[in-house]
Design a protein. Sequence first.
Length: 417
Amino acid sequence: MKRRINLIIKNASELITMRSAKAGPRCGHDMHELEIIADGAVAVDKDKIIDVGRSKTIAAKYQAAKTIDAGGKTVTPGLIDAHTHPVFAGDRSNEFEMRLKGATYQEISAAGGGIKSTVKAVRKASEKELVHISLPRLESFISCGTTTIDAKSGYGLTLDDELKMLRVIRDLGKIQPLELIPTFLGAHEIPPEYQGRKNEYVKLITEQMIPAVINDKLAEFCDIFCEKGVFEIEESRYILDFARKHGLKIKLHADEFAPLGGAELAAELGAISADHLMAVSDKGIRAMKEKGVIAVLLPGTTFTLGLKNYAPARKIIDNGNPMALATDFNPGTCFCESLPAIMNIACTQMKMTPAEALTATTINAAWAIGRGESLGSMERGKQADLVIWNIPSYKHIPYHFGVNLAMAVIKRGKRVI
Ligand SMILES: [Zn+2]
């Protein structure tokens, strides 16, 4: 008697399961070692994966209400983007052009650009408008094979506007299939009205914003832009420690431009991840490894800024640190929803292998957003988030760049593309 189930995807040239004998993110050589089932199939019931194996074996065990023939193409878990800023109004295309002509950050800022211009636009926009503007971006993430994202606030920078952004993130998660994990980023920048009064803004974050975010259950993580001239180590420690003690999990934008010690702080506080890390020190890499802090690298920003100082991905991987890749999708420094594009940059510019890049955008990214137990690999009981790619091998995801290769996307067991 065959067990009746909802869905079988069969005839995959390569079914990349991302299963691993050990729990936790894959590190070192394990990032490169993939389980590939040739002529593979995956069995799904309701919103969960129940089995993987050869197509023949799966067909012998299960009777599915629906079967999708992958037609000799590649099937992977849905991609996970562990760092995005998807809710904002306006855009910064003028700034992009100014930068190409050689304008400095200061000049752009003086001309009304930079993050402050996005903050201005977000404050003006209503909740309804922000939902409306953000929806097509989420569709774009899904169409590129991404099924879950971390989604940050951080362009409001007042109590009301930060809560507004987080409610938009919550509401977006209810009206379309992409799953959004909410992250409070009130400490993204010092708002213009607090220039020269940073301590008062830090107080606003801890005394009003974080309690309200927790009270309204609007975020799972608290993030901070830990950087010279923005939130320095002491302020970052104070805010993150406060957030942690009040029940939020923590992550950091760390060591992006200067080796400030953000990685070391992430290790000290037990952050789930430290992100960017272009200027991370060797000491920081060692401290992160010791505490299991996941390095989330965002090479799309380095690329967009036309810089060459990519984060030391090889050093981080070869040292055995857990690491993930993300887009850092945002209007200023990386206006790109496509993780496959980021995988191409990671391979060509940071010398990661295609297998490492896929590990970094599936199972390791799942751990970086606190979902390692339920997402990121094809294992019995995990959520059925899957992508069928129009390619013979997973290596084509970073190799065949600049076009969309995702043929079908399945979220919670339902085909959404
Ligand atoms: Zn960011």
